[in-house]
Ligand binder design. Structure first.
Ligand code: NAD
Length: 311
């Protein structure tokens, strides 16, 4: 496989680069290093099968050139993180919408199969038991303050579907639910690395809201191998597939586990959502994926437990 990984210097993207290289593929990572970091790819420097191209997915000519030799494109680059999205909704919209258009169009011109990373946020504020992939729930009631991210990702899915249908090229959309693991940074609002960093530094652990909101955290090591497998699976083509963990915890439980596992003396500090993210911010009470489609398609079975993920 000659693969391009956009967002390859980011958290999930860099693990995907590692995985593809370990499988003997050639990989070009395209990243503007806005939230990603070159150091995430240190282990691949000097590898003749790997190249990092620094640049933006908004640069159409560059995207075309990078995708020019590829047979497979994994599109993970995006403006991410609650702070980025809430503070810069327009920029987030531009990158997530036009950037995706550039990448998918380049893949189609080249005749390359492609995977587009989407998000649980496209389900909006649905917090019913076990979200499934039903199309009629997409953007059902998006959170106002996250609208630019959720809306752009929803439209990204449409861009992927429409081009996939028109071109007949294999395309897969993956909806990630709170993926965590090494190299994820707490800087952009991600709760697990933030809690771990605060616990290790002996700082107060800042719980946004009352901490009773519930999440499932999925390990990047469970999720990444599923990505090339999905592209190899015809039954997955032109479909959206949930990927995430299955162990549900409240944010308060998470904080307690982090304190216990790190042996920290940190105390909890409760921060109202308005203070953390500005007026009008709301959060999902519960976010839990139904991953049975991924299990059926590629045998996806999350094996890492929350404690393994935190440590
Ligand atoms: P990340 O911030 O670590 O990765 C995103 C990467 O994209 C970064 O390396 C960043 O520098 C790069 N990037 C941003 N704008 C760019 C641009 N204009 N041109 C080129 N590169 C650009 O975040 P991540 O968690 O690894 O996210 C990867 C993908 O998965 C994203 O599409 C994100 O929306 C999606 N996702 C992640 C999660 C999660 O839980 N981590 C959940 C839902 C969706």
């Amino acid at each position: 496989m000659k693969a391009v990984v956009t967002g390859g210097a980011g958290f999930i993207g860099s693990h995907l680069c590692d995985h593809l290289i370990a499988q003997g593929h050639e990989v070009i990572a395209l990243d503007d290093l806005s939230t990603g970091s070159e150091s995430n790819l240190d282990q691949l420097s000097g590898n003749p099968n790997f190249e990092l191209v620094k640049g933006s997915i908004l640069d159409k000519a560059l995207v075309g050139a990078v995708v020019g030799e590829a047979d497979t494109v994994f599109h993970l680059a995006a403006a991410v993180g609650v702070h980025t999205i809430v503070d810069k909704p327009l920029e987030s919209l531009r990158v997530n919408l036009h950037g995706t258009e550039n990448v998918v169009e380049a893949a189609v011109r080249r005749g390359a199969r492609y995977l587009v990373a989407s998000t649980s946020e496209v389900y909006g504020k649905n917090d019913a038991d076990g979200l499934t992939e039903d199309a009629d729930r997409i953007l059902g009631s998006p959170l106002k303050s996250r609208w630019s991210y959720a809306a752009a990702k929803g439209l990204d899915e449409l861009v992927a579907y429409v081009h996939g249908g028109d071109s007949g090229l294999p395309c897969v959309i993956t909806r990630f639910f709170n993926i965590v693991g090494p190299r994820q940074t707490g800087r952009y609002g991600m709760v697990v690395p933030r809690f771990v960093e605060q616990a290790l530094c002996g700082e107060p652990i800042t719980v946004h809201g009352d901490g009773t909101q519930r999440r499932c955290f999925g390990s990047v090591f469970d999720v990444v191998p599923a990505l090339p497998l999905l592209l190899d699976t015809p039954a997955a083509h032109n479909r959206a597939v949930n990927l995430g963990g299955l162990e549900e915890v409240s944010v308060l439980d998470l904080a307690a586990r982090v304190i216990e596992l790190t042996g920290s003396a940190s105390e909890l500090r409760f921060v109202p959502y308005e203070e953390a993210y500005g007026e009008g911010y709301e959060d999902m009470r519960r976010r839990m994926p139904d991953t049975s489609l991924a299990a059926e398609l590629v045998g996806y079975t999350p094996t890492r437990r929350l404690d393994d993920i935190i440590l």
